[in-house]
Ligand binder design. Structure first.
Ligand code: ATP
Ligand code: MG
Length: 567
């Protein structure tokens, strides 16, 4: 489909990354009977573009290899988790085009099992209750170069540990008073094996289990066991969990789990000018730097959807990025390029004027209008045409006129003839200025023989302008988005909030759009000819239209690629 020398190359073939190779090899060798993957978000925020990579990988593998993919909420920290996030995550995974069927699970469904397994570890002499204060415990953990020190409680008897752990569960102790730790090795080179915490006391209500529990398993203790309970064959996660794998394997080796999942790590998605960390995204929302999780400047799926990004565009982007083990940063231009390509193929064209300048056609009768046919999508003839009204008074883009044009300016200026898209050739005869000397109106004539935009005598014009008709254009507000951060590596200077782009949102009012745009559904993108892709915002009302710019037309990715080749 795409030649190798095009700006979009190279595109990895689906099914040709190292995770899929492992899955295929496991099937071929009969090591697994079928493929079971899962996407395991913690419901402490909205999903972002990075999660889309993980979702496409896990659900994609399940689809391609005839297996299934679970959606499992890793809801082990009630302090940060909310029902709103549980709901939004489900909505976003569905929107992205994936379906978990009946396989919706929660780590909290396994709290009772996880508790029993914790007692199992205590009985085996592999876990103990520790009452060392948190900061002391941290100091006793040692460093990468120094071994840790054993806590005084490490040698408590099994009976004493069981008694203390049961009282922890019963609510006998205040928050943070005690923890349950695995008894592994305080001198282990891998810090994750230095007696990690399995349970902590949190007197906090949980979105699903309410106040049934006041001790909660840590993510590390719950995660792998949840995979085992569900019979996950390939536990796919990001590279930062590579060092946790020995711990997960230790649990699996020491607990009566029904299955032995294997973990494989891949590189997180990073994008220039973009922050993909829920912690920081949460700060942006809480502190009001954005209007909410679905602010169209946010890299969340909800934000991108509101902005008009189609799910197919996100999937295509993720496919092009591929799956690798080396961390890297993807150019934002590559994201926009993928979105633009998908929108270009699928969206209809409309005309909208961002900064209107009135144009009056002097040789057109007052009051007469004509209906012309405008092509909906030159890339797709099946999209048909639509009627547009033409008349004596129209509006063009202020930028498309210059009174004193430089030589390379091919648009309208005094004495110059241009084509109005789908309509006629017009020639500018004179300009009207206000008292400040600003041009407020162009007086033009049109050539009736050029209807549809072609001249019968083969006369050429250099410029073709979009326009709207004064007779039926509708006023609209346009929201133009720029990057939320002003530097490609937000936070690299130490203060990420200082890197916020003060010009991330530009609001244009008094724009004029074709009447056909009044009925466009919220979130559905169209191309405003020569301006970019736009979609109606949920704030849009029939008498106060509001559009978001999804992405502009100018493709800097093609330039980036061309530059690399020239080197
Ligand atoms: P944080 O942003 O605080 O690091 P998180 O995004 O890792 O949190 P989770 O809910 O644990 O939050 O993520 C769910 C899954 O999505 C995990 O398996 C994680 O590995 C994966 N994931 C998260 N961020 C990315 C990313 N940038 N690229 C690829 N996968 C990601
Ligand atoms: Mg995480």
């Amino acid at each position: 489909m795409v030649a190798t020398d095009s700006p979009t190359a190279p595109i990895p073939e689906p099914g040709r990354d190292f995770v899929r190779d492992i899955v295929q090899a496991d099937l071929d060798a009969g090591r697994v009977a079928g493929i079971v993957t899962r996407f395991p978000p913690e419901p402490n925020g909205y999903l972002h573009i990075g999660h889309a990579k993980s979702i496409c990988l896990n659900f994609g593998i399940a689809q391609e290899f005839g297996g299934r993919c679970h959606l499992r909420f890793d809801d082990t920290n009630p302090v940060k988790e909310e029902q709103e996030f549980i709901d939004s995550i489900q909505q976003d995974v569905r929107w992205l085009g994936f379906d978990w069927g009946e396989h919706l699970y929660y780590a909290s469904d396994y709290f009772e099992t996880l508790y029993h397994w914790a007692e199992h570890l205590i009985r085996a002499g592999l876990a103990y209750v520790d009452d060392t204060p948190a900061d002391e415990m941290r100091a006793m953990r040692g460093t990468l170069t120094e071994p840790g020190r054993n806590a005084p409680g490490r040698d408590r008897s099994v009976d004493e540990n069981l008694d203390l752990f049961r009282r922890m569960r019963a609510g006998a102790f205040p928050i943070g008073a005690r923890v349950l730790r695995a008894k592994i090795d305080m001198a282990a080179g891998n810090m994750n094996l230095r007696d990690p915490v399995l349970y902590r006391i949190l007197h906090a209500a949980h979105p699903r289990t309410g106040t049934a529990w006041c001790i909660y398993p840590t993510y590390d203790y719950a995660h792998g066991q949840s995979d085992a309970i569900e019979g996950i064959t390939h536990s796919i996660c990001t590279l930062e969990f590579e060092d946790h794998r020995p711990l997960y394997d230790w649990f699996i080796a020491n607990l009566p789990v029904p299955a032995h999942p294997h973990q494989y790590e891949f590189a997180r998605l990073n994008i220039t000018y973009t922050v993909l960390s829920k912690r920081i995204l949460t700060t942006l929302v809480r502190e009001g730097h954005v209007t909410g999780w679905d602010d169209p400047r946010m890299p969340t799926l909800a934000g991108q959807r509101r902005r008009g990004v189609p799910a197919a565009g996100l999937r295509e982007f993720v496919r092009r990025v591929g799956v690798a083990r080396a961390n890297s940063v993807v150019d934002l231009a590559m994201y926009e390029h993928a979105i633009r390509e998908v929108l270009n193929a699928g969206t209809q064209r409309r005309m909208a004027v961002l900064r209107p300048l009135k144009l009056v056609i002097e040789n057109w009768e007052e009051g007469r209008t004509e209906t012309l046919e405008a092509v909906n999508n030159p890339e797709n003839p099946d999209a048909g045409t639509r009627p547009v009204t033409f008349g004596r008074e129209i509006y063009i883009e202020r930028d498309d006129f210059l009174e004193h044009p430089p030589s390379r300016f091919h648009r309208l200026s005094p004495g110059r003839e241009v084509r109005l898209r789908y309509a006629y050739f017009v020639t500018c005869r004179s300009v009207v200025k206000d008292s400040q000397g600003e041009v407020v109106e162009l007086r033009c004539t049109y050539d009736p023989a050029t209807r549809g935009g072609d001249s019968p005598d083969g006369r050429k014009v250099r410029g073709t302008l979009h326009w709207v008709s004064a007779a039926d254009a509708l006023p609209a507000e346009l929201r133009l988005y720029n990057t939320l951060f002003a530097r490609p590596d937000p936070g690299a200077g130490g203060d990420i909030l200082a890197d916020l782009n003060p010009a991330s949102l530009e609001v244009l009012t008094g724009c004029l759009v074709e009447p056909a745009l009044a009925t466009l559904p919220v979130g559905e993108a169209v191309q405003f000819e020569r301006q970019g892709y736009f979609c109606p915002d949920p704030d849009s009302r029939p008498d106060a239209l509001v559009f978001n710019r999804t992405v502009g037309l100018r493709d800097s990715w093609a330039k980036v690629q061309a530059g690399q080749k020239a080197d």
